[in-house]
Design a protein. Structure first.
Length: 88
C-alpha cells in the first residue's frame, strides 16, 4: 500500500486478505479477519482500531486463535499497519 499510494483491504491486484494469507503459507481454512490502519504510532493505531466497531470486533473475537502484525514506515500516513487474524 505504501509503495503504490493506496489504502484498501483489497490488494492493488484484486487480492483479498485470504488470498494474501494463503500466498504467505497460511491455511485458507484458518484465515479469519484483517485490520488495516494508516497512523504514525502503535498507540494511535490501536486506539483507532478500538474505536471502530468492525476493527474492535476482530481484536476481541474469542474464536480467533492467531495473529500476525505488520508495519511499513512512510507514505502519506507516516506508517501502514496490518493485523491478520486466524482461526487456527
Amino acid at each position: 500500500m505504501r509503495d503504490y499510494n493506496y489504502f484498501s483491504h483489497t490488494g492493488i491486484d484484486g487480492s483479498t486478505f485470504v488470498d494474501r494469507e494463503v500466498k504467505a503459507g497460511y491455511s485458507k481454512k484458518c484465515a479469519a479477519g484483517e485490520n488495516i490502519a494508516g497512523n504514525q504510532t502503535p498507540k494511535k493505531t490501536v486506539d483507532a482500531w478500538l474505536k471502530s466497531p468492525g476493527h474492535c470486533a476482530n481484536i476481541m473475537n474469542k474464536d480467533f486463535k492467531a495473529i500476525g502484525v505488520g508495519y511499513a514506515e512512510g507514505g502519506p500516513y507516516g506508517g501502514y499497519w496490518v493485523q491478520n487474524f486466524g482461526y487456527c
